[in-house]
Every structure is written in C-alpha cells, then in structure tokens.
Design a protein around this ligand. Structure first.
Ligand SMILES: Nc1nc2c(c(=O)[nH]1)N[C@H]1C(S)=C(S)[C@@H](COP(=O)(O)OP(=O)(O)OC[C@H]3O[C@@H](n4cnc5c(=O)[nH]c(N)nc54)[C@H](O)[C@@H]3O)O[C@H]1N2
Ligand SMILES: Nc1nc2c(c(=O)[nH]1)N[C@H]1C(S)=C(S)[C@@H](COP(=O)(O)OP(=O)(O)OC[C@H]3O[C@@H](n4cnc5c(=O)[nH]c(N)nc54)[C@H](O)[C@@H]3O)O[C@H]1N2
Ligand SMILES: [Mo]
Length: 767
C-alpha cells in the first residue's frame, strides 16, 4: 500500500494568501445575497442567471443541484426557494464558459492536473465528448458513436462483468439512475458503488436495522410542531442553508434547539433570514439554546449520558419521563438496554465526550418532559468507525421518548447530494435486496446477478489489485472524493479504461486509466429536448418527496446528451441485440422510463401523473405511519459499548470538513466566510493549547502525517490557524486532506471511510 506520489493526484502545494477574520455568530443576511448575485451573474450573465434562479425549486421548475433539503409543500417564497450555496451551484452549472476542442489541444493533461481544484472548476462546461488515447498527452475530440463503441467493446472484452465498476454520484435523476442500474445488471454485475457509500450509508444501515427503513421519518411540517430539535455533526448554515428557515420557524413556534458540534458553526448559532425584512436589517434569530462543543467522536458517550439521566428522572417521576406505552407496543430489547444503561458511569461518559456533567444535566432536564423530539445529523456522525452504533444510540433515545411516528418527532438524517436518496431508491446499490432483483427479473426477462458487488472502498481495492480494470462514473469526482488519494490514484491509473459522464472538468479526468473518455451531459438546469418535446426528470429529497425537475436554460453546446440518453446508447452499444430491454422506447419519451419504474419499485403508482402534480408526492415510509419494518415488526433498542479513540501524546484527531465556498470537490471560491477564513484552503484549525504544546503560532506551516496500518501518509504545507475547537481536535478541508484518510479505516457495517477521525501528527514544515 506504499503508493508513490502520483503526479496531479493532489492539489498543488501552493498558498493563495490567507487572511484570518472573526468567527461569525450568525449565518446568511446581506452578505449572502451579495454573494448570490455576484456568483450567478458573473458566470451566467444577467438574463440567463436570473432565469435560472427564478426557476430553481419552483413547483414547475428544476430541483436545485445543491443539497437534498426539501422544499416547502405549501407556500414557496416569491423571492425564490434557494440559498446562497444553491445559487453558487447553479452559477457553476449555468456558466457560459466552455471547454472547446481547442482548449484541450492547447493544454496537456499534466498541465491541467497541476492546477488547483478551484482553477480547474473555473474553466467551464465540457462541450463535446473527449478521448485520451493510450500514451496520449492531450484529450482529443471523439464522436458519440465512437465513444459508445469503445466502451461497449472494452466491457465485452472483460473475462467477467465483475471486472467493471459503475460509480454514481448523487445528482443523477431517478430516470437516469433506474436505467443505469438496469443496464449494469443486464450486463451482469452489481458493482454499483455510489457516493452514498461515503456519505449516509451509516445512517441507512443503522436506521434499517433499528427501525426497518433506511431513511429518515420526519417531514418538513414536523419541524413546525416539534418541541426539541437536536442537531449533531451537521453544519446547516453552509451545507443545508434552507434548513435555517425551518429552524427559525420552529423557534417561532416554541421549539428549543440543541447543537452538538466540535465547532461553534455560525449557522447553528444565529440566522439572518435574507428573505425577511428583519434579516435584511441584520436582526438575527438566535437559534441554538444549548451548544455542546463535543470532542470529535464523543457523540455516543454523550447520548448515553443523556439517556442515563432520563432513566434516573424516570425513577423519580415514574411514568412521566419515558413513554412506556410506546416502548411496550413498538419496541424490543428495552430491558436489556436499561440494564446496560444502569451500568454506565456518568463521570466516565462525560470525560469521553468532553461535555461537563452540568451541561449534560441541562440537556436531560430540557428533554425530561418533552415528548416531541427531532434528531438531525449528517457527516459528523456518519464518517466514524462506530457511526452505525452512534446513530442507533440516537434511535434509542428517541424510542425512550416515543418520539418516532408522530407529528413533531422523528429521525432526520440530512442528506447530501440532491438525489442521493432517490438513486438508492432506484436500485443504485451494490447489495440489492432479493425482492428488488426478483422484480427486475420478473419485469425485464433477464436474470440479474445475485451476488453482491463492490462498494466504494472495495472498488478502489479491486482496481488497485487488478481485479477490476474498467471504471465508469455517472457524475462525481471519484479520485478526489475517496480516501487515500495516492492509493486511489494508483488504482485508477491501473485501469485499462476510465470513463466519466460529467458536466465540469475535474481531477478524476486528469488521473486516468490507460485510455480515458469524458462524456459531457446536460445538468439539472439545462433544457432537455427529445424528439422535439421537453422532457422532465424527477428527484427524491431528504424527506422522501418525489418531485419533477425541468431544466430551462439553453445548453452551452449542442453536443451534450442527457444522462438517460447516454445510458440507453451505452446499453445498446454494449448489449446489442441480445438485450431484453427496449432501450429505443426510453429514447422516445421519459414517460416510458417512469412507467417501468412504477412496475418495478413500490410507492410509484401513477408516477407519470403524480410527478406532474405541483409539489410532487411522498413515498410511503413505515416509520412515519407508525410501524417498523424489521423482521419482528418492532423497533430495536441497540446495545453497544462506547469506544474511545486512544491518542498518543503527540497525536491529534482530525476531521475533514467542507468550507462555505465548496460543494464537495467543486471549489466555488477560497473563503470560508462564517469561520473567518479567507483566501486559503490549505489550513489546519487547531486549539491554542495544542499549538502552544507544539510551539506553533498562527501562520506557521506544518506537514500533517498519518500512519494507519504502518503506511506513512503526508499532506504537505498547511497553515496553522488557532480556532475554538476542543483540545486534541483539528480540522482541515476535504478534498485537500483526503491524502491522509486511510482506505482501510472504515465504519463498521457501513464500510464508510472514516473522514472525521483521522489520527494525525503535525510537524513544522521547512518552507
Ligand atoms: N454548500 C454545500 N452544500 C452541501 C455540500 C457542500 O459541499 N457544500 N455537500 C453536500 C453533501 S454530499 C453532504 S453529505 C452534506 C454534508 O453536510 P455536513 O455533514 O454538514 O458537512 P461537513 O462539512 O462534512 O460537516 C460536518 C459537521 O460535523 C462536525 N463534526 C465533525 N466531527 C464530528 C463529531 O465527531 N461529532 C459531532 N457532533 N460533530 C462533528 C463538523 O464540525 C461539521 O460542522 O452537505 C451537502 N450540501
Ligand atoms: N475527506 C472527506 N472525503 C469525503 C467527504 C468528507 O466529508 N471528507 N464527504 C464524502 C461525501 S458525503 C460525498 S457525497 C462524496 C462526494 O463525492 P462525489 O459525488 O463523487 O463528488 P462531487 O464533488 O459531488 O462531484 C462533482 C463532479 O460531479 C460532476 N457533475 C456535477 N453535476 C453533474 C450532473 O448533473 N451530471 C453528471 N453526470 N455529473 C455532474 C462534475 O463534473 C463535478 O466535477 O465525497 C465524500 N468524500
Ligand atoms: Mo454526501
């Protein structure tokens, strides 16, 4: 695993001019509006930019390609249902800049790989299919027919379909995702890793095992009826800004908010709603009532401590604290759970999470007589070794309070990509259920492969070990999003062919297999015409609502194809006449795709009609309806020990997080406004005490090391910034720090890379 440094795999080690300001105490407000307009008009021009903004998240418009936070079912703001970061996502996509064949002729692949991700992204939309021949230095134009032919013959040459990998990022529409998995399964493999493997997989596993459905249970309205919202490991001000509007409304209705985060994230603290006069005038809504600055990975201990106190209160006020009726009717494992809980030591739990007993008591007191609680979480919980058990611990707490399956209460794993949840519903999954495979077999007259495929981590290892040699990606930026950058770069460069269906250029196009293809596709905001008729697609948001999405902008090039069309033509070129699927039918109208989804997947009856109803429709959700689809039909209390990560004297625990100016590996800008960090991404946030111990001061440059599994990983040249973060905890930005995330450090059961708890040491760099 000692992989050499692969040229171009990492961002160049150059600085861009760090400026440090104050950490903001609230999010949004006027600066957010200024940013919005600046970004969109700058990239797309006035008319095109405002056209895009006006149609985003409207009931007849397109789904924001940013996050998966739901749109209100009822009234949508006339000012627009979008946020600063959604606008940046649209600016990125609606840009008029494009990469012509001349651009690729002028710039060698190695030259482009020497740019930063930010610089690469600025170049514009990919405008035509491009091919990099074996040994070639420059991408060359290729016709669509030739591109499909090349892929088809590469796939047909493999000795087993399991030697190919078909990745999906989470922007792919339901229609494209359904066709993609159908093609991949007819071709003969379940190798369908997706970004979810690195994202909310831990939530899916935990909720599936405990509650019988791998999705959250709340609707947006529940936020308006709840008494308490607990937000753990999530930074909504940056990553789900429209959630702040829901939190604001919840507060107005009397809800209390508890935030659990190593960082005092601005969006958790306060909110200036830019869509209200008060917000425009700079008047904050104070959001968080209790902020718990937890040490990284301390969440399980914290929740156990809260539950421990609730149990004690129950002894003092029998029948007043826990919901025994709910527990009796709906759960199993309660007594075992309680006897385990009684053996916990509060002092010990408090130390393990870094939160004082006084503060834990404050939380328990607050929860004591509440019955409607919502728990929200994101990557701060899912990307840990014990992520699945931690999420189950949250479920335990909700079960004690009967806070699932009634208004104002429930689980809310806040999803990332705008259709990551929908892609899974459509069958983008390396471990499909037998029921799903049977439905495919029943409807399409071929036998899909029964054995499971590779997830993301397994796919990287398979390519590294030469077991898989063709890599195809429906969107995303596999190289930069995955762990252990140099290991993954080696894996990709061992492939005979790497193919990316993409809107924008990224690093995965530049660190490639022997041959490589870039297939340019329409984005969410682009108008999708087929046989003279405008097509719609659909997405599922974080709360299980299926909604249509219709692009409105003229595509920047007439050589772009939609993702569904690309899949159909790829399938035809690969499977030829032997295919049992009528791909030509789907190429006539997307309604035919939805008809087949309806026949195959539960919850989509009358799909074509209901998707066109304003606001779309909810998929069934057993928890929401008060039932639990586990084998026993009961919700499970889970018992798991707390595990503390032992650090040696000089070691620190590092989380890799998003700045305010990025969408995953797409870098919109170099500022992290709310955290007061400007013009630089190569920073490491450290507690002043840890800096003192290492004789470091603000502005010093360090190299960061990880030695997991006896392999040395180094991220060179990061600037030290003192920050209000617990002792022994540090933070860096993803993807610059991914070189340090060990491919073999994964969450139990979900196999998600542990991106939030990387054991590191820092050493002053020679500059
Ligand atoms: N603008 C924008 N929007 C996005 C994205 C984006 O990159 N940019 N990405 C999208 C995607 S795919 C996703 S998955 C989501 C991600 O949304 P988030 O999960 O909010 O993203 P991260 O930046 O990874 O933030 C993790 C948060 O968890 C905290 N944290 C880290 N470790 C721990 C821990 O051990 N315990 C606790 N309690 N907290 C911890 C961090 O301080 C940080 O606030 O956002 C989606 N939306
Ligand atoms: N260290 C660390 N690593 C992480 C994380 C972390 O917190 N820390 N987070 C993880 C998470 S939560 C996620 S979800 C993954 C994200 O992993 P990915 O989803 O693979 O990465 P993105 O950066 O979202 O992908 C961006 C690329 O998608 C393409 N694209 C954009 N829109 C479209 C479209 O409409 N169609 C197509 N075909 N392509 C499009 C563009 O070419 C763009 O360059 O990263 C994971 N990696
Ligand atoms: Mo994600």
């Amino acid at each position: 695993m000692s992989d050499n440094h692969i040229p171009g795999a990492e961002n160049p080690e150059k600085f861009t001019g760090l400026q440090v300001g104050e950490v903001k105490k609230s999010a949004a407000g006027i600066p957010a509006i200024i940013e919005t307009v600046k970004q969109v008009v700058g990239e797309a021009g006035v008319a095109r930019g405002f056209k895009a903004l006006n149609h985003m998240n409207k009931k007849d418009g397109f789904d924001c390609p940013g996050c998966a936070w739901p749109d209100p079912d009822d009234d949508r703001s006339s000012l627009g249902e979008y946020c600063e970061n959604g606008a940046k996502a649209i600016a990125e996509e609606a840009t008029l800049k494009k990469l012509t064949t001349e651009f690729f002729a002028q710039h060698a692949v190695q030259e482009l790989a020497a740019l930063t991700d930010y610089e690469i992204g600025r170049k514009g939309r990919i405008a035509q299919p491009m091919f990099l021949p074996a040994g070639g230095t420059h991408y060359q134009p290729i016709s669509w027919d030739d591109a499909f032919h090349k892929i088809g013959s590469a796939l047909n040459k493999l000795s087993s379909p399991d030697e190919a990998i078909f990745y999906t990022s989470g922007r792919t529409s339901n229609e494209a995702a359904f066709l993609y998995q159908l093609f991949v399964r007819e071709y003969g493999t379940n190798n369908l890793p997706d970004c979810s493997n690195m994202c909310h997989e831990s939530s899916g596993v935990a909720l599936g095992e405990s509650l019988g459905i791998g999705k959250g249970s709340v609707k947006l309205e529940d936020f308006y009826e709840t008494e308490v919202i607990i937000i753990l490991g999530q930074n909504p001000g940056t990553n789900h800004p429209r959630m702040l509007t829901a939190l604001q409304k919840a507060k107005a209705n009397g809800a209390r908010i508890i935030a659990v985060n190593p960082l005092p994230e601005s969006g958790l603290m306060g909110f200036n709603n830019p869509q209200q006069l008060k917000g425009l005038l700079g008047m904050d809504t104070h959001l968080t009532d209790i902020f718990l600055p937890i040490t990284i990975n301390g969440d399980m201990a914290l929740i156990k401590a809260i539950a421990y106190l609730l149990w004690q209160y129950e002894q003092q006020q029998p029948g007043k604290v826990l919901d025994y009726e709910f527990i009796k009717q709906n759960t199993e494992g309660f007594h075992e759970y309680i006897s385990d809980l009684q053996q916990q030591n509060l002092e010990h739990l408090s130390q393990a999470c870094g939160i004082s007993i006084a503060q834990i008591t404050e939380v328990a007191e607050l929860l004591k007589n509440k019955t409607r609680i919502i728990a929200c979480w994101a990557m701060g919980l899912t990307q840990h070794v014990n992520a699945v058990d931690t999420i189950k611990e949250i479920v335990n707490l909700l079960l004690l309070k009967g806070s699932i399956g009634k208004p104002g209460a429930g689980t809310c794993p806040v999803r990332g990509h705008s259709n990551v949840q929908g892609d899974r519903t459509m069958g983008i999954y390396e471990k499909p259920s037998q029921q799903f495979l049977n439905n495919i077999a029943g409807n399409f007259n071929f036998q899909p492969p029964q054995h499971h495929g590779y997830d993301v981590v397994e796919a990287i290892k398979a390519m590294h070990g030469g077991k898989a040699t063709v890599f195809i990606a429906m969107g995303g930026n596999f190289l930069s999003a995955t762990p252990d950058t140099n290991y993954t770069a080696t894996a990709l460069s061992k492939c005979s062919l790497t193919v990316h269906v993409s809107t924008k250029l990224n690093r995965s196009h530049l660190v490639h297999g022997k041959e490589a293809l870039i297939l340019p596709c329409l984005g969410r905001s682009d108008k999708d015409m087929l046989n003279g008729e405008e097509q719609i697609v659909s997405c599922e948001n974080s709360m299980g609502v299926i909604q249509l999405s219709k692009g409105v902008l003229q595509p920047v090039s007439d050589q772009l194809l939609s993702e569904p069309v690309i899949v159909c033509r790829l399938a035809k070129a690969t499977l030829g006449n032997s295919s049992q699927v009528n791909w030509d039918k789907y190429l006539q109208h997307y309604d035919h795709i939805r008809t087949d989804i309806e026949r195959t997947i539960a919850g989509f009856s009358d799909y074509n009609k209901r998707v066109r109803e304003p606001g779309g429709f909810y998929l069934p959700n057993c928890n929401r309806e008060g039932s639990f689809n586990t084998v026993s039909k009961k919700a499970h209390f889970n018992i798991a020990p707390i595990t503390t990560i032992k650090l040696h004297a000089n070691e620190l625990l590092m989380m890799t997080i998003r700045s305010h100016d990025q969408f995953n590996t797409t870098i919109y800008g170099l500022n992290d406004r709310y955290r007061g960090i400007y013009k630089e991404r190569r920073v490491i946030l450290m507690n002043q005490q840890d800096m003192n111990e290492r004789e470091l001061k603000q502005g010093d440059v360090v190299d960061i090391y990880n030695h997991h599994g006896g392999v040395e990983r180094v991220a060179h040249k990061f600037i030290v910034v003192p920050y209000p973060i617990p002792v022994k905890c540090t933070a860096t930005y993803f993807p610059e720090a991914n070189v340090l995330v060990p491919v073999n450090s994964v969450a139990k059961k979900s196999n998600t890379p542990v991106s939030k708890a990387v054991v590191v040491t820092v050493k002053k760099a020679s500059v």
